[in-house]
Write a protein that binds this ligand. Structure first.
Ligand code: PMV
Length: 325
């Protein structure tokens, strides 16, 4: 059994370098969230005719799960371990609503990588686990680590240098994230489909690739200097740059609803009142607000008052993915 926490990118990933290896076209930097996590158990069994995936007690498709399990079986074969020839039962639960646009694929595939490697008897290091998780979902590579994590785009044709690593321990700079939920239910366009459409159609895609390294360097410096205003401003800027790319994709990727926009204005209003708070938004309508721990309750109250916000949850920064037994 393994637990992995969700993460939210401050400098975001959008676009694939290699679809089969699921390597990103740009690097990314994220914070891991302690309030949102997935617990996953993997059991390799003889006599099982196919892999099975059970999420919150319901049977789900195994395609992406089996892809990650196949890589684990490949490692196991090279070590002469019995899991090499066995199918597996995967059982998973999220401590937050699944499919509500709260990055369950990040925590889910990170938990799967750690649980499957452990169940197969493999001793993989963080870099190897992040590569394994990346094959399930690009953002999952970052959830192998706690605190602040960076995912490298890499250049190697085999994807071996497209891995994540920890930039800073969560204890070194405690921050809070208020998650404002504006909509329950599945997001309209899945991120892989959306990324491919942006790459194929947006005139801004080239600019997105060209400016990524500058944003990554600035964010690394903000984290190194513990400069919250710089981190927050850059997070908002990078988020809006991503959404400009999405909006200029054909057909347009409009992930926002009215409450998403109202929440952005509410964050600007908080700043005008002297509360340092900055928003970021992924491929969905939820708004994540970065703030200092001492301001989290104020930010939560402000978000809960925004028309259309159903719920506002406070999270601190979370730990690395780990085995529970
Ligand atoms: O890992 P995926 O395929 O779910 O894509 C993640 C895309 C964003 O959440 C929008 C950005 C990111 O870096 O997490």
């Amino acid at each position: 059994m393994a637990r992995a926490h969700s993460n939210i990118a401050l400098v975001k990933y959008w676009g694939k370098r290699d679809a089969a290896l699921n390597t990103p076209a740009v690097g990314s930097i994220s914070v891991t969230l302690d309030a949102l996590y997935t617990d996953t158990r993997v059991t390799f069994l003889s006599g099982l005719v196919a892999d099975e995936f059970w999420l919150a007690g319901c049977r789900n498709p195994v395609t992406r799960i089996s892809h990650v399990l196949d890589l684990v079986r490949g490692h196991a074969a090279s070590m002469g371990l019995p899991a090499a020839g066995l199918n597996a039962i995967v059982t998973s639960t999220n401590n937050f609503p699944t499919g509500a646009g709260l990055a369950s694929s990040a925590s889910g595939f990170a938990a799967l990588a750690v649980a499957a490697a452990g169940a197969a008897g493999l001793a993989l290091n963080g870099r190897e686990l992040s590569i394994l998780a990346r094959h399930g979902s690009g953002s999952a590579a970052r959830s192998i680590f706690g605190g602040f994590a960076e995912m490298h785009a890499g250049t190697a044709v085999d994807g071996s240098d497209a891995y994540a690593e920890e930039l800073l321990d969560r204890g070194a700079w405690p921050l809070a994230v208020v998650v404002a939920i504006t909509e329950h239910g599945e997001k309209s366009i899945n991120s892989t489909v959306g990324m491919n459409e942006s790459k194929a159609t947006s005139p801004f895609y080239g600019a997105w690739l060209d400016s990524a390294d500058d944003d990554l360097a600035d964010m690394r410096a903000a984290i190194r200097d513990r400069d919250f205003a710089r981190l927050g401003e850059l997070s908002e800027y990078n988020c809006l740059k991503l959404h400009s790319l999405m909006l200029t994709t054909r057909p347009a990727l409009i992930y926002w609803n009215a409450a998403t926009v109202a929440a952005m204005h509410a964050v600007q209003a908080l700043r005008a009142r002297g509360v340092p708070a900055y928003f970021t938004i992924d491929a969905g309508p939820q708004v994540k607000v970065l703030c200092l721990p001492g301001d989290a309750a104020t930010v939560q109250r402000a978000m809960a008052l925004v028309p259309g916000v159903h719920e506002a949850r406070i999270s601190g920064l979370g730990p690395a993915a780990h085995r529970l037994e």
